[in-house]
Design a protein around this ligand. Structure first.
Ligand SMILES: *Cc1c(COP(=O)(O)O)cnc(C)c1O
Length: 368
């Protein structure tokens, strides 16, 4: 057994200038994604000599950053994405937050950054949600998006892991991720760019992966697509994932295929949850490689009934059509299919406290 490490004490300093309630209510009338922020933030600092220290919940404010801060040069930065929901019976809940805490440390290890004890990660997230509970929106498809992140803050231009880091959590009330709502998305298959190679950082949730994906996402947009899907770097043959979402294929026999976690794919918590929910629904899920050739052939023959992408931000999004340099094809009738809808509803039902949380995935915050 591991000895319980003493938890970091958090200094709680409520802001002297909270957003007036009338302004918050006004802003809640038209929620976008990632444009509106709550009053506070959680911050914990790390240095090589002191370890983790100075934990606080404080007014949301800019960080003074030295121009030589190492994150600005060598991109030591990782993050998480999670949501707080207000359930129908009025509870404030998080969905599988320990999974985010654990994955955050896996990312930290890959990026030569210090690990944050899981209980301190969770205390930071919970402390922020509690002080900013009025920022959890209630409407369907709305939630308080939480962004824990860590970056190298040492003033130093040499190339080595930083000796100082800042961990922070901010909160953003959000509506549905895709403006089209439940409308299926159109996907661009990038043949020019790859996202991750074996031995690289594909399985780490680091900002650098996103930086490298933006030009491919721009290519997708230029072709009238919503999102880009990447193929593997070695053979340019196997479907891996979208820029920020995992992908699933629903076949005619009712079975479901999703690419295996090979080290180049981000291990999504939504992915993991849907695999488990699909099994509960009596569906067979196979984690096996799925090639772009097979994708085209299965779509043409009708063997492929549905495809969908998933992640915390967008939850589950049906894929209606796929475009690539050689043409374009539709999946099923181009609409969000019944299996996709069923899985989405099963997941959302749990997150919203509407269906039995058999697996104990919801974490209820006390006193909120
Ligand atoms: C965050 C992320 C996902 C989805 O992970 P969830 O835990 O389901 O939100 C998928 N792919 C990439 C590249 C990601 O960064």
């Amino acid at each position: 057994m591991q000895a319980a490490s003493p938890r970091l004490p958090f200094a709680v300093k409520p802001t002297a200038h909270p957003v007036p309630e009338a302004d918050r209510l006004k802003a809640f009338e038209a929620l976008g994604f990632g444009t509106l922020f709550s009053d506070h933030m959680a911050v914990i600092r790390w240095s090589a000599d002191k370890g983790w220290h100075s934990a606080e919940i404080t007014a949301r404010a800019p960080f003074p950053i030295d121009p030589a801060a190492s994150v600005l040069h060598y991109a030591q930065e990782i993050f998480e994405g999670m949501k707080a929901y207000r359930t129908a019976d009025g509870r404030a809940v998080l969905f599988r937050p320990q999974e985010n805490a654990r994955r955050f440390n896996e990312s930290a290890r890959r990026m030569a950054m210090p690990e944050l004890p899981e209980e301190d990660f969770l205390a930071a997230v919970e402390g922020l949600v509690k002080i900013d509970a009025r920022w959890i929106p209630q409407g369907e498809g709305s939630s308080l998006y939480l962004r824990p992140f860590m970056f190298a803050s040492e003033t130093f231009l040499g190339v080595r892991p930083s000796k100082e880091y800042i961990f922070c959590v901010i909160a953003s009330p959000v509506g549905p991720y895709f403006k089209g709502g439940a409308k299926p998305v159109k996907i661009w298959v990038s043949e020019t760019y790859t996202r991750a190679a074996a031995g690289g950082t594909g399985a780490a949730k680091c900002g650098g992966n996103y930086a490298a994906s933006l030009v491919a996402q721009a290519e997708a947009a230029a072709h009238g697509c919503d999102q880009v899907v990447f193929l593997d770097a070695a053979e340019h043959r196997w479907v891996e994932e979208l820029g920020g979402m995992n992908v699933f294929f629903v076949l005619e026999d009712g079975s479901i295929v999703t690419p295996p976690l090979s080290g180049t794919i981000l291990p999504g918590i939504t992915r993991k949850s849907l695999i488990s929910l699909a099994a509960d629904e009596g569906l067979t899920v196979r984690e096996e490689p799925y090639s772009f050739d097979r994708w085209q052939a299965d779509a043409a023959s009708g063997r492929l009934k549905e495809a969908f992408a998933c992640g915390t931000a967008a939850v589950v999004a049906g894929i209606g059509a796929v475009k690539f340099s050689g043409g374009e094809f539709r999946i099923g009738d181009g609409e969000t299919g019944p299996v996709t809808t069923r899985l989405r509803e099963a997941l959302v039902g749990i997150q919203r406290g509407q269906t039995n949380d058999r697996n104990g995935w919801l974490h209820t915050l006390s006193g909120v």
